[in-house]
Design a protein. Structure first.
Length: 346
């Protein structure tokens, strides 16, 4: 029996969300799926870094970070290893990459993932930077090193957006993928429809923790852009760079635009889409669109996300679910871990 020895790079919201789920389900995962694992290392820039080749006490790590904000008082193990040393030199065989996203450079995550794959360790990640920028390189590197890489949580968090296209809809002849891939902007548009101005709706989203203090990545469509590039390249087999994709956010939408759409029986949504053209090239975009109220995407309100796959054999298939959150994104990682485990057990 292969035991997964997990090392986490980053121990923020999602990293903690994953280990909470692993702790809660340890017995069930073994009984139902045969999954045996230990968490051998956690490396985080400020919260600290611990390595114990025999496995860490997950409950203790969670308690410590809750009580003190860091894991420095963990009673045993080797302390202070940075991310790359943790990836290369621990006895881990699966790296969970959950550090910050930098959509411009993809770093430090690209270096983390490359180091892991070159060390012949499997990778699961929710960090969309590396996949939006260099998915092909990373997939080739994984293949060359005979290891697996999964990244379901990079789009729609744990809602199975990527696996739906790659696995369940394989052979369905997907011609288009389009949907709501950013919860913050969907929340703002929903609140504007209820009568708030843009600034008030944004402030409310910030107060509720949906929007960052600097909301640019969400409201200007950069976050959605990264996600549609991932779907176009990974699911549709494209080779787009983010600079090739026209992007427009929601900052120019006014209350009058919202009212006018209502009169037409429509609703504004920030849509990220990718579709095959006649010459088989892929055209992708991020832009506000007026969606007819009878379309499934129009019914998706608040911070919820949704994607419609247009296929030859099934017509439209729409998936709706959370696009962020501690448990939802932690679950995405768990699902990837189970997928890799099933694959390597074969
Ligand atoms: N939160 C969500 O709902 C969600 C959904 C989908 C995808 N994601 C993606 O998942 C990833 C993690 O998100 P999160 O919400 O958990 O973010 P977070 O709470 O900010 O956690 C990220 C952690 O990574 C650590 N870190 C940054 N650089 C590092 C390095 N070089 N080595 C080791 N640790 C490093 C940070 O350390 P310090 O802060 O201690 O310095 C922080 O604790 C991000 O890429 C995010 O875009 C998040």
């Amino acid at each position: 029996m292969t035991e997964l020895k997990i090392a986490l790079i980053g121990f923020g919201v999602v990293g903690q969300g994953l280990v909470e789920i692993l702790l809660e389900q340890k017995k069930e995962l073994k009984v139902k799926y045969g999954l045996e694992f230990s968490v051998v290392a956690v490396s985080d820039t400020i919260k600290g870094s611990i390595y114990d080749e025999t496995g860490l006490d997950i409950q203790k790590l969670l308690d410590l970070v809750k009580e003190t904000g860091n894991i420095n008082d963990y009673p045993n193990g080797v302390k202070g290893w940075d991310s790359l040393k943790t990836i290369k030199e621990t006895n881990s065989n699966l790296i969970v990459e959950v550090s910050w996203t930098d959509i411009k450079t993809g770093e430090p995550a690209i270096s983390h993932v490359k180091a892991a794959l070159k060390s012949q360790k499997h990778v699961v990640m929710t960090n969309k930077g590396p996949i939006a920028l260099v998915a092909r390189d990373l997939l080739s590197l994984a293949e060359a090193n005979n290891v697996q890489i999964r990244f379901e949580g990079t789009v729609l968090s744990g809602t199975p957006a990527i696996n739906l296209g790659l696995n369940n809809l394989a052979g369905s002849k997907i011609s288009k993928i389009a949907g709501i891939v950013n919860g913050t902007t969907n929340y703002i548009l929903t609140e504007m429809e209820k009568g708030l101005g843009y600034d008030e709706a944004l402030k409310q989203a910030q107060d509720l923790g949906y929007a960052e203090a600097d909301p640019t990545a969400d409201v200007e469509g950069y976050d959605a852009l990264g996600k549609i590039v991932i779907l176009a390249n990974v699911v549709m087999g494209g080779n787009l760079t983010k600079d090739q994709v026209p992007r427009q956010g929601i900052t120019k939408i006014t209350v009058k635009d919202i009212e006018d759409a209502k009169k037409e029986g429509k609703r504004w949504k920030l849509i990220a889409g990718a579709e095959f053209k006649k010459d088989n090239s892929i055209e992708a975009y991020v832009r506000p669109e007026k969606i007819p109220l009878d379309h499934p995407l129009a019914a998706v309100t608040g911070p919820i996300n949704a994607l419609t796959y247009t296929t030859k054999y099934l017509g439209d298939v729409t998936i709706v679910g959370p696009g962020a959150g501690r448990e939802a994104t932690g679950f995405g990682l768990l699902n990837d871990i189970l997928d890799i485990y099933r694959y390597i057990k074969k």
